[in-house]
Design a protein around this ligand. Structure first.
Ligand code: ADP
Length: 254
């Protein structure tokens, strides 16, 4: 007389084998279910830019749309969106299969931040300014340079995408044994009921979808995975209409 939740050692040997097979079958079914879900989500996301592009091409072909530079611009924009989506999807599927890896080394976060901010400032519209507050004596972090740059590019890219004007402030500080970085913006903000979902794959707030911002809803899912691979954590504070701050931690050099 036993049930499935009993520890193996208390179950008669005769039944143990069949129970382990059942448990294995359950976990295979679960993995298969997650794989199907991922593929169905990906297909859905790829369909949108493809439908838009087909629409433009059909209208061009039957003369309803003029072949002006603006039309080609729109087509090029959708193509770039598709390209970004495919790259992000590849990263996401690696992340979900546990294949995303990091190659951590001692690195100076301040110089990484300075380089990024300088590059980004050159591309920014006049209404937005960038600021950096990073103490010169900040201890080094133990992390993967390219991956941390990717995390920061995702957060800064979002800050730019979801702000029309104001300041994007980046701040780094030490709280032993972690180095924390905060990226704040004075943009559209996130509603309190949406906050629990921002790191979920393919989740985008309704307002962001309608901004036609070219986002994919994947960046933050990958960002969280990358921070966690370093042994850090990421969280967000936000006020609708006021702005958002994303905080993440990375381990200090041991
Ligand atoms: P996306 O490609 O849509 O930006 P992300 O995974 O990076 O995808 O972000 C998911 C969603 O979280 C965004 O669509 C947006 O609704 C919200 N979001 C992320 N960052 C910000 C921000 N700085 N300000 C306001 N909303 C944000």
């Amino acid at each position: 007389d036993f049930d499935e939740r009993m520890p193996m050692s208390e179950i008669p040997e005769f039944y143990q084998l069949s129970l382990s097979f059942n448990r294995m079958a359950d976990s295979i079914r679960e993995i298969e279910h997650r794989r199907r879900e991922l593929i169905s989500d990906m297909t859905h996301e790829l369909r949108t830019p493809l439908t838009v592009m087909r629409g433009y091409l059909e209208e061009l072909a039957d003369g309803r749309l003029d072949p002006t530079p603006e039309t080609y611009d729109k087509l090029a924009r959708e193509t770039r969106r598709l390209e970004r989506l495919v790259n992000d999807l590849q990263e996401l599927s690696k992340a979900e299969a546990g294949y995303l890896t990091i190659d951590p080394k001692p690195l100076c976060l301040c110089s990484l931040l300075e380089g990024l901010i300088t590059r980004l400032s050159e591309q920014l519209i006049d209404e937005l300014t960038l600021s950096l507050d990073c103490p010169a004596d900040l201890p080094r972090v133990f992390g993967d340079y390219d991956r941390i740059e990717q995390v920061l590019m995702n957060l800064l890219g979002n800050a730019v995408r979801y702000s029309d004007s104001g300041t994007i402030a980046v701040k780094a500080w030490c709280d032993d044994p972690y180095i924390w970085t905060a990226v704040s913006d004075t943009g559209i903000g996130i509603a309190p009921e949406d906050l629990p979902y921002v790191f979920d794959r393919f989740w985008r707030a309704e307002r962001s979808r309608s901004r036609h911002s070219g986002g994919t809803g994947i960046g933050l899912a990958i960002t969280r995975r990358l921070v966690e691979l370093h042994g850090g954590t990421i969280r967000v504070d936000s006020q609708l209409g006021q702005g958002s701050t994303f905080y993440f931690s990375l381990p200090m050099l041991p």
